[in-house]
Design a protein around this ligand. Structure first.
Ligand code: HEC
Length: 179
């Protein structure tokens, strides 16, 4: 079954829950990614009710990063609203802005010594700006996903605390627009 057909099948089964979950995520009218086969109610992050936004892989690159503790490459992508805000230097980010942080294990290239390439994808983390809905967490809703499924509530309790402690002055966002 191709991706579109799979999506249609999943949408038919999941429409009511999905519609409800998508109100705040402008580009989440459909979900065609690895999560498509996971029941809609199992795709929503605890506490915040964030889902993986549709077509986030097509978003523009904001920056890359590297984490020694996990030995992971990361790429931070923004939806069009978020990228516009970065370009204009707008803070706080406007409602509807969404940031996605992809992460992969760093593995040596088999084709060229000294080069490293992305290995297995590890986590996908999402921040959705909605200053009303998420007033208690700086206007951001958080979601951390592994293989399309949100991680547990305990992990979601840590998100805002760390972002708040370190980057409150930058609307709780670490990533700067890469030069
Ligand atoms: C202990 C600190 C810490 C915790 C806890 C944490 N983050 Fe972050 N987060 C960071 C740092 C540092 C960056 C930027 C560096 C990078 O890309 O890894 C970041 C970046 C991000 C980004 C890219 C936008 C930005 O702020 O730069 C998203 C999205 C994100 N985190 C989501 C989450 C989610 C969802 C959780 C909870 C499940 C979470 N974070 C928990 C430290 C944290």
């Amino acid at each position: 079954m191709n991706i579109e057909k799979r999506w249609i099948a999943a949408a038919a089964a999941a429409a009511p829950v999905l519609l409800n979950a998508c109100v705040y995520a402008e580009e989440s009218k459909s979900v065609h990614n690895a999560a498509t086969t996971i029941p809609a109610e199992d795709r929503i992050s605890p506490i915040y009710g964030v889902i993986i936004p549709d077509r986030y892989r097509e978003w523009e690159l904001v920056a890359v990063s590297y984490q020694t503790a996990f030995d992971e490459f990361r790429a931070i992508l923004g939806n069009p609203l978020a990228v516009q805000a970065y370009r204009a230097g707008t803070l706080p980010f406007p409602d509807g802005a969404i940031l996605a942080k992809r992460a992969w294990k760093r593995v040596p290239s088999t084709e060229f010594p000294g080069a490293f390439v992305p290995g297995a994808a590890t986590t996908l983390q999402i921040m959705v700006k909605d200053s009303t809905k998420y007033a208690a967490s700086g206007g951001w809703g958080f979601g951390r996903f592994i293989d399309g499924k949100p991680v547990d509530e305990a992990q979601h309790r840590t998100c805002f605390a760390c972002h708040e402690a370190r980057v409150r002055a930058h609307d709780f966002v670490f990533t700067r627009y890469a030069p």
